[in-house]
Design a protein around this ligand. Structure first.
Ligand SMILES: *Cc1c(COP(=O)(O)O)cnc(C)c1O
Length: 218
């Protein structure tokens, strides 16, 4: 199906209050342009180099989000323009983003990535460690980041019950963490091409969809 058709279909299908992030990693500018022409303005990338090139090349009214693992030595390059960093999974990274944002006089929106999946390999905070950090009060000192919510991924499996369990756990984490933050803590980013419908059932407010819009990556 054409990219533009897919984008329009998704925009029609997603309930109000659910934001579509088009995940454009590994796809050429032409594919992104097609999505742009169909009205898509929010794009997610998982690699800094690609994010930089695409941000340079594409129209300026796009909101660029970082969704992949972010190394602290690359933070400086994206902080000036990125609209949301979804993959904040350590104290070191949060502090680094805060420092770079402060240096240029910006406040950067972030999500806290929480690990709930069964695979060891996936990134993200262990929930208990995140709670300890928040209770220390240290995060509240980081005035140049604004925590908008959490991001997570379900276990990579075909078993819907396992996936549902992971999404419900993420939704529960978000509810429990809300007391540490203000009203701006409103985002629950979960759901990808294969599982976004289930994620929405479980309360997702932001879905990150790549392959089912733009086709398979190479
Ligand atoms: C690639 C990626 C997605 C999109 O996955 P699809 O299965 O292609 O929809 C979503 N979130 C993250 C963090 C990703 O790396």
């Amino acid at each position: 199906m054409a990219i533009s058709t897919k984008i329009k279909e998704l925009h029609a299908l997603l309930p109000q209050g659910v934001t579509l992030v088009a995940v454009s990693k590994f796809h050429p500018i032409e594919a992104l342009n097609e999505a742009y022409k169909a009205g898509q303005r929010i794009f997610g990338e998982s690699r800094v180099q690609e994010l930089l090139v695409k941000h340079e090349t594409m129209p300026k009214d796009i909101e660029w989000q970082m969704i992949g693992h972010l190394q602290t030595n690359k933070v400086r390059q994206i902080v000036p323009f990125v609209s949301l960093i979804q993959s904040v999974d350590s104290v070191r990274l949060a502090e680094c983003i805060n420092r770079e944002a402060e240096r240029i006089g910006r406040v950067v929106d972030i999500l806290l990535e929480i690990h709930v999946a069964q695979e060891e390999s996936k990134t993200g905070w262990k929930y208990d460690e995140l709670v300890d950090y928040l209770q220390s009060g240290a995060m509240a000192e980081l005035k140049n980041i604004r925590v908008r919510g959490i991001m997570g991924m379900a276990t990579n499996t075909d078993d819907k019950e396992v996936i549902r369990h992971d999404f419900e756990r993420l939704a529960e984490c978000k509810r429990q963490l809300a007391s540490h933050f203000g009203e701006e803590f409103d985002t629950l980013s979960m759901g990808m091409s294969d599982d976004y419908a289930l994620a929405i059932e479980c309360g997702s407010t932001m879905v990150r969809i790549g392959s089912s819009i733009i086709g398979n990556r190479y």
